[in-house]
Design a protein around this ligand. Sequence first.
Ligand code: FAD
Ligand code: DHB
Length: 393
Amino acid sequence: MRTQVGIIGAGPAGLFLAHLLHRAGIAAVNLEARSRADVEGTVRAGVLEHWVTALMHELGLGERMAREGHFHDGISLQWDRRRHHVDIGALTDGKRVTVYPQHEVLKDLIVKRLGDGGEIVFGVGGTTIHGVDTGQPSLSFRRDRDGNQEVLHCDYVVGADGFHGPGRQAIPPSLRTEYQKVYPFGWLGILTKAPLSWHELIYANQDEGFALLSTRSPDMQRMYVQCDPADDIANWSDARIWHALHARLETGDGWRLQEGEILQKGIIPLRSFVCEPMQHGRLFIAGDAAHIVPPTGAKGLNLAVADVLVLSRALEAKYRRNDQAALDRYSETCLRRVWKGERFSWYMTTMLHRNEAETDFERRIHFADLDLVRTSRAAAMSLAENYVGLPFD
Ligand code: FAD
Ligand code: DHB
C-alpha cells in the first residue's frame, strides 16, 4: 500500500486531518486499532470551540451538528450555593460554544470520509512505525489483528493515536521532554435519561467538591462529580451519585436538580501532560498523543483539531510549493497554543476542585479567583476568550 500521509488513529485528530488533507488534494490513510462501533460509541468530550464548528461547516460536516447541537453563549459558575452567569457571547463579540458530543462528531467524520472515497482501516493490530528519520517512512500493521503483516508506505507519518499510542514513543527519549502534572482527583461521569435541569453548563465548586452539569439532548443529560481517581465505580451506587450531585449543584434559592435513570457511568483520572517537541524527522504527533489536559476547560478535542489544522496547512505548503518552513516550525507553532490550553485547563481545574493537599490559604485564593470573574470584566473576558477558543496567531 502507498499513500502520501499515513495516519495512526481515527479519533478527532486523525479524522479531521484526513478531511483537511483531502480538501488540499493530499492522499491519506487512517489506521485505527479499535472497531468502527467502538470508536463511534465511546462517550467523551462534549464542547466544541466556535472555530471548530465553523471548520465543520467549511468541510461539509456541519449539517447534523446544526440540527442536533446545543449552542451556548454563556456558562454558570457556582460557589457558596450561588450561581453566577458568565455572558460568553457579550464578552467575546458574539461567539459561542456548541455542545455536540465527540462520538457524534466522529460518526459524521467517518461517514463523510468513506463517502469521499477515503480509506480508514479499523481493527488493526501491531502498528509499527519505521524509517521516520529516512526519506521513506512506513507503517506496518496487521488487518484484523491476527491477519498477515501489511506495509503502508508514505511520505509522512502522523501519530494521531492518543496518549497510549506508539506515535510519541517513536521520538527518541533523548530528544523529547515530557512535562506532567497528575491531580489528586478524578471525574465520575454519568449519562442519564433525565430532563434538562438548567439552560446552560454549570461548573460548581461547593464544600463537597466539584460538579459539572452538561447536556446531550432534551431528555439526555451528562453530569460529572469530583471523586478519588483510584475509586472503584462499583462503590458508587446510583443513589450515592445522585446524593453527590444534589449536594454540589443545588443552590440556596430552592433550585433542584432533576434525576433520571443512569445509563452509563465511569471514572477518569485528571492529568496535564505535554511532550516537546511534537515532531521528529518525517513523524508528526498531534492531539492527545502530544498533550493531555484535565477536562475542566473542555479543551482536549479542540486542541487536537488545532494541531491538525496547523499540520494540514504546513503539508499543503510542502506539496504545493515545496516550502518546508511551516513543517519545520510545526511543533513550535502548535506548542504556543497548547501551553495556553494547558494554562487555562489547569486554572479552571485548580479553581473549581476541592484539593485536600491544599492549604486554606490556597482555597481562599480560588474563591477570590471565582469572585474576580463575577466582578471584573477583564477577568470574565479572559475566561470567556479562552473558553470559546483563542484566536490563532
Ligand atoms: P483519541 O480520541 O484518543 O484518538 C486516538 C485514536 O488512536 C483512538 O481511536 C485509538 O484507538 C487509536 N490508536 C491508539 N493506538 C493505536 C495504534 N497502535 N494503532 C492504531 N490506532 C491506534 N475535550 C474537549 O475538547 N472538550 C470536552 O468537553 C472534553 N471532555 C472530555 C470528557 C472526558 C470524560 C474525557 C475522557 C475527555 C474529554 N475531552 C474533552 C478530551 C477529548 O476527548 C480528547 O482530547 C480527544 O479525544 C483527543 O483526540 P485524539 O484524536 O488526539 O485522540
Ligand atoms: C462536557 C465535558 C467537559 O469536560 C466540559 O468541560 C464541559 C462539558 C461534556 O461532556 O458535556
